[in-house]
Ligand binder design. Structure first.
Ligand code: GLP
Length: 241
């Protein structure tokens, strides 16, 4: 595990964007695993700025996103498909047919999850997986559990995650109860994993996940075993370490 410690969110976003940009420059047709939530937004803005300056080319990049809410259509403004378009895809020269997100509307959950895993395999696996971390240590939507998950699966969101994400919805009742997420094994199979963690409300999760035992009660902790894991965190997120 390597830690890049930054002063603040802005510096964190540039550091994470540099790692992603380096991957795209080294391998223009790379497979990027992308994340949603507020944490990666600054990195996406930096990538867009570099693209607009002519320094980055996304024309051959392929992407797989971590997760999607069940029941939200891609044009719902809180779906992760919509998030990716408005925060990155609509602003760079990526070919939308090269982007992949679990389908939250497909009626057969098991078939959709199997299709998604097959898609990741068909792309040759993920070169760089970007992650945030939930305040309870979740990655993607892999919630604390008695075991680590394997492939893409449909999960029930915990109350704490629904509470944490309700700021994006009109009310708690509007927050979906289920999501489809790449599994922990999928995430570990990425050749490089980069996590962004910012702010005091992530400090406890960062401490427990990376400076405590590896346990499925803290899903991110398994990244301690990944051979190329980079944690990009600001001082506030590292304040308990
Ligand atoms: C959601 C996403 C996660 C993300 C987490 C933290 O639950 N499924 O991928 O890491 O939120 O989000 P934020 O970065 O907004 O704190």
């Amino acid at each position: 595990m390597r830690i890049i410690r930054t002063r603040d969110y802005q510096e964190l976003s540039r550091a994470a964007a540099r790692l992603i940009a380096a991957q795209v420059v080294l391998k223009p047709g790379c497979v990027l695993g992308l994340a949603t939530g507020s944490s990666p937004v600054g990195a996406y803005q930096q990538l867009i700025a570099w693209y607009k300056k002519g320094d980055l080319d996304f024309s051959q990049v392929r992407t797989v996103n971590l997760d999607e809410y069940v029941g939200l259509a891609p044009d719902h403004d809180q779906s992760y498909a919509y998030f990716m378009r408005s925060n990155l895809f609509d602003h760079v020269n990526i070919d939308l047919s090269n982007t992949n997100i679990p389908d939250g509307l497909a009626p057969d959950a098991a078939a959709e999850c199997a299709r998604y895993d097959e898609q990741i395999r068909a792309l040759g696996g993920v070169d760089l997986q970007l992650l945030g971390i939930g305040p309870n240590g979740h990655i993607g939507f892999n919630e604390p559990d008695g075991h680590f998950s394997c492939g893409t699966q449909q999960i029930q969101l915990t109350d704490s995650t629904r509470q944490a994400n309700k700021r994006f919805f009109a009310s708690l009742d509007d927050v979906p109860t289920h999501a489809r997420t790449m599994g922990v094994r999928d995430i570990l199979q990425a050749r490089r994993v980069v996590m962004v963690a910012s702010g005091e409300n992530k400090a406890k999760a960062v401490k427990e996940a990376f400076f405590g035992p590896v346990t499925p009660a803290m899903p991110a902790s398994i990244l301690q075993y990944h051979p190329d894991f980079v944690l990009v965190a600001d001082e506030a997120a590292l304040s308990l370490v």
